[in-house]
Design a binder for this molecule. Structure first.
Ligand code: NAD
Ligand code: UDP
Length: 339
C-alpha cells in the first residue's frame, strides 16, 4: 500500500502516525477540520521527517468537499482518526458527538464504496467495553453499556463497520481499540495539546509540572486497586502509531474485518504514574485527593496477545519512556503549539 488518507491527521495520535507513515515511505494525505488541532503541526511533521504532507482543511462530514480528494488520488487505505473525544463535552453535547463522529464515518464508508477503496483502519477505544466484568480485557469481551455518548459513538461506529463489511466482503477493516495513549515523539516537536483544562491524567500532570496548573487532583483513592487510585493501561503514542503500520500490513493479507486491542497489557495506578513522572524527570508533582469522577471504573487494562500473534505488534516503550517524552514535549512547548 502506498497512498494513505489520514483523517484527523493533525491530532495527537494522528500526527505521530503520520510521522511513522512518512518514515516508512507512505504517501500521506491529511484531512482535518482543525476543530481540535493546529496548522503548526504540519511544520513540526516537516521538521521531523523533512516532508510536508498534503493537507486538506475539510470536515469529513462534508461529502462534496471530501469527494475532491477521492477524485484526485488513488487511495490505497484510510486511517480514520477524525472525531471528537471529550467524554465530558459529549455529555453536554451528545447530538454534536453523534453527528460528527458517526456522521463522518458514514460519509467515509459511502465514499469508500463509491471509489472502490478497500482498506480502512479505525480508531476505536477501550471505552467500548463499558464497565469491565473482568480484566484484562479481550477483544471478544462484550461491548456496549457505555456510560457516556462519546463511548456510544465508538460502539455505534463499530456496529456500522460490521454492517458495511457484511455487504462488502472484499473490504478489509481493522478496528483498533486504544487504551490510554500518553507520551510524545522523542524530538519534543509534537505531542498532546489539549484545549483548556485537560481532562486526561498525563497532560494534567505535565501542566502542573510546567506551572500552568497549581496541583493535580487525584480523583478517588478508594478504588479496589493496588493503592486505591484508578488503574489504566498507558501506552506510548509512538508504540500506538506503529500499531497502525502493523495494521496496514495486516490488511494487505486481506483478513476481512479484524479487531485488536492496542495497549501494554499492564495496569498502572494514578499514584504509580505520578511517582514514575517524578522519578523520570526529577520534578515534584503536588496533588490532593479529590472526589471520584462519575463513571470512572476501578481498573481497565488490555490483553494484547492477539495483536502480537496476528500482527507481530507489541508495545516496546514503558511508562518511564512516556513520562520522559511527555515532559520533553511540554517543557519545550509550555503553551503547546501556541508560541
Ligand atoms: P485529537 O482530538 O488530537 O485528534 C482528532 C482530530 O480529528 C483533531 O485534529 C480534530 O481537529 C479532527 N476532527 C474532529 N472531527 C473532525 C471532522 N469532522 N473532520 C475532520 N477532522 C475532524 O484526538 P486523538 O487523541 O489524536 O484521537 C484520535 C482518535 O483516537 C479519535 O477518534 C479518538 O476518539 C480515538 N481515541 C483516542 C484516545 C485518547 O485517549 N487520546 C483513546 C481511544 C481512542
Ligand atoms: N485522573 C485523575 N486526575 C485527573 C485526571 C484523571 O486522578 O485530573 C485519573 C482518573 O480518575 C483515572 C486515570 O486518572 O483513574 C486516567 O484518567 P484519564 O481521563 O486520563 O483516562 P480514562 O479515565 O479515560 O481511562
Amino acid at each position: 500500500m502506498k497512498t494513505i488518507l489520514v483523517t484527523g491527521g493533525t491530532g495527537y495520535i494522528g500526527s505521530h502516525t503520520v510521522v511513522s507513515l512518512i518514515e516508512n515511505n507512505y504517501e500521506v494525505i491529511i484531512v482535518d477540520n482543525l476543530s481540535n488541532s493546529k496548522l503548526e503541526v504540519l511544520n513540526r511533521i516537516e521538521k521531523i521527517t523533512g516532508k510536508k504532507p498534503v493537507f486538506y482543511q475539510i470536515s469529513v462530514q462534508n461529502k462534496d468537499e471530501m469527494r475532491q480528494i477521492f477524485e484526485k488520488y488513488h487511495i490505497d487505505a484510510i486511517i480514520h482518526f477524525a472525531g471528537l473525544k471529550s467524554v465530558k463535552e459529549s455529555v453536554e453535547k451528545p447530538d454534536l458527538y453523534f453527528s460528527n463522529n458517526v456522521g463522518s464515518s458514514k460519509v467515509l464508508l459511502e465514499l469508500m464504496d463509491e471509489y472502490n477503496v478497500k482498506n480502512l483502519v479505525f480508531s476505536s477505544s477501550a471505552t467500548v467495553y463499558g464497565v469491565p466484568k473482568r480484566v484484562p480485557l479481550y477483544e471478544d469481551d462484550p461491548i456496549g453499556g457505555c456510560t457516556n455518548p462519546y463511548g456510544q459513538t465508538k460502539v455505534d461506529i463499530e456496529i456500522l463497520l460490521n454492517e458495511y463489511y457484511k455487504t462488502h466482503k472484499d473490504s478489509n477493516i481493522a478496528i483498533l481499540r486504544y487504551f490510554n495513549p500518553i507520551g510524545a515523539h522523542s524530538s519534543g516537536l509534537i505531542g498532546e495539546d489539549p484545549q483548556g483544562v485537560p481532562n486526561n491524567l498525563m497532560p494534567y500532570i505535565t501542566q502542573v509540572a510546567v506551572g500552568r496548573l497549581p496541583y493535580l487532583n487525584i480523583n478517588g483513592n478508594d478504588y479496589k486497586t493496588v493503592d486505591g487510585t484508578g488503574v489504566r493501561d498507558y501506552i506510548h503514542v509512538v508504540d500506538l502509531a506503529s500499531g497502525h503500520l502493523s495494521a496496514l500490513k495486516k490488511l494487505e493479507e486481506k483478513p476481512g474485518l479484524v479487531i485488536y486491542n492496542l495497549g501494554t497489557g499492564k495496569g498502572t495506578s494514578v499514584l504509580e504514574l505520578v511517582h514514575a513522572f517524578e522519578k523520570a524527570n526529577k520534578i515534584k508533582i503536588p496533588y490532593v485527593i479529590a472526589p471520584r469522577r462519575p463513571g470512572d471504573v476501578d481498573e481497565n487494562y488490555a490483553n494484547c496477545d492477539k495483536a502480537w500473534k496476528e500482527m507481530g505488534w507489541k508495545a516496546k516503550l514503558d511508562i518511564v519512556d512516556a513520562c520522559r517524552d511527555s515532559w520533553r514535549w511540554q517543557s519545550k512547548n509550555p503553551n503547546g503549539y501556541d508560541k
